[in-house]
Design a protein around this ligand. Structure first.
Ligand code: GRF
Length: 235
């Protein structure tokens, strides 16, 4: 394995963008702390001042900022200001965690290979909104989440990791969302750890390479806990 780009002396800096409760952001912050990654959460930024995750982040002494999309005439102006604020925190990676704005191509190109998103479906199935309803309507028997590098095409970038859950008889959208969220809270921190350790990157062909991983697939064990497939403590 190549030496990590990041070390306790040169910590990987994450900026996390949220729009709401930020439970994925919280799972990343907690894993970063508990697993002592060579990383820090440089800031949590929201496009809505009411995003409840902001309060939680501030209580952890993480710098927070709000860039409200309502204050800008168009997407280009909003994205330009968002990028300006992000860059003041000098991130290595920008993590979208329930950030509910479509970003311009210019913004995405600026952070090419450094912009990561979590989407609540097994991409390329069900891009866009209401993914749990889409899954129930399609009658699929497995559903899940995808963490991917962001490209200009919405919900289509190279897959870094996925988490799978069963769809159960009689599932409601809410029940399915809750089951997917449990696996999201394991998959996104795992990916952030790989990034923090300098183990995951996009190669010249736009494919994801992660060094020394048993698999990039996660699922639920029989007791309902989300785990990695093939790992020593996994399923
Ligand atoms: C998650 O399901 C995420 O996959 C989707 O929006 C939801 C955000 O939840 N993009 P939270 O704000 O992280 O709790």
């Amino acid at each position: 394995m190549k030496p990590s780009l990041f070390s306790p002396a040169r910590r990987c800096r994450f900026v996390i963008l949220i729009s709401g409760r930020g439970s994925n952001m919280q799972s990343i912050v907690q894993a970063c702390r508990e697993q002592a990654w060579p990383a820090e959460i440089a800031a949590v930024i929201a496009n809505r001042a009411q995003a409840s995750g902001l309060e939680w982040a501030a209580a952890q002494d993480i710098p927070t900022a709000v860039v409200s999309h309502r204050d800008y005439p168009d997407r280009a102006a909003f994205d330009a200001e968002l990028a300006r604020v992000i860059d003041t925190y000098e991130p290595d990676y920008v993590l979208l965690a329930g950030f509910m704005r479509i970003l311009t191509e210019r913004f995405v190109q600026r952070y090419a290979g450094r912009l990561v998103n979590i989407h609540p479906s097994l991409l390329p199935l069900f891009p866009g909104l209401a993914t749990h309803r889409q899954a129930l309507e399609a009658g699929v028997q497995v559903h899940g989440c995808t963490v991917h590098f962001v490209t200009p095409v919405l919900d289509h970038g190279p897959v870094i990791a996925q988490g799978v859950v069963p769809v159960r008889e009689g599932d409601t959208e809410e029940a399915l969302a809750e089951r997917v969220l449990a696996v999201e809270h394991v998959v996104y921190p795992a990916v952030a750890a790989w990034l923090a350790q300098g183990r995951a990157a996009l190669d010249a062909h736009g494919r994801v390479a992660v060094q020394d991983v048993a698999s990039r697939a996660f699922g639920l064990s029989t007791d309902g806990a989300a785990q990695q497939y093939g790992g020593k403590d996994g399923i």
